[in-house]
Design a binder for this molecule. Structure first.
Ligand SMILES: [Zn+2]
Ligand SMILES: [Zn+2]
Ligand SMILES: [Zn+2]
Length: 224
């Protein structure tokens, strides 16, 4: 089903109004949803058809994932985030949506604290245990991870981290967390302060034996 953006926004508004009683039923776009068989009148109010509830849940999920993406990764202002999220969500079709969800660590809530309906990717991860993205500073000594993204747009900080080989896709191992933060990337060991360690967002790896340089035999993939 291909709804235009206006109808999809109406669908999201309707979800918030019917499922979360968060806002009044919007007037705009409803006629199209009725024509598409997604909502039906029930007396003086509206309700979702089964297909409508599924479509709305997906639209809300994409919207809130897009918000998280702009908030956590791109670090836009709140106003920019809201405008960008509404455009971005339409690009987050199946497949892409799951990759974004994975990148963000299958978040449970949007930056406003509203629930993000889980997708099948989230259920799979919950079944296999915690494997979410967190700052490298949350890892314990001996733990390994893979750099997911750098939480900064400061050119100097990005350069400094890249010079250490800290790039999305790089394997990283924590060697010490105190008094400074010491980690190994490739064959080199670096020490950074806590502020710097907070910028490095990693996806945890299953704990296992870690000896010698990491990434050996399994070269780090560098994302384009
Ligand atoms: Zn939206
Ligand atoms: Zn939100
Ligand atoms: Zn997910």
């Amino acid at each position: 089903m291909n709804l235009d953006e206006r109808a999809e926004e109406a669908l999201e508004a309707l979800w918030e109004s019917l499922e979360e009683s968060a806002r009044p039923v919007p007037a705009d776009g409803i006629a199209e949803l009725e024509r598409a068989g997604l909502v039906e009148a029930a007396g003086t109010t509206l309700r979702f058809t089964d297909a409508g509830r599924r479509a709305a849940r997906q639209a809300i999920r994409r919207h809130r994932l897009a918000e998280r993406l702009f908030h956590d990764v791109v670090e836009t202002t709140r106003e920019d985030m809201e405008a960008a999220a509404c455009q971005m969500e339409h690009a987050l079709r199946r497949g892409v949506e799951e990759k974004v969800c994975e990148l963000l660590g299958h978040p449970a809530t949007c930056p406003h604290g509203k629930p993000i309906p889980p997708g099948s990717c989230c259920a799979a991860v919950r079944a296999e245990g915690e494997r979410h993205v967190c700052p490298v500073s949350h890892l314990r000594a001996g733990e390994e991870g893979v750099v997911a993204y750098l939480k900064t747009h400061d050119a100097k900080q990005v350069q400094k981290l890249m010079a250490m080989g800290v790039l999305p896709g790089s394997a990283i191992r924590i060697d010490r967390t105190f008094p400074s933060f010491v980690f190994t990337v490739g064959y080199s060991q670096f020490a950074v302060d806590a502020g710097m360690a907070d910028l490095i967002q990693v996806r945890r790896r299953d704990p296992g034996p870690s000896r010698g340089p990491i990434g050996k035999g399994a070269p780090a993939e560098i994302s384009p």
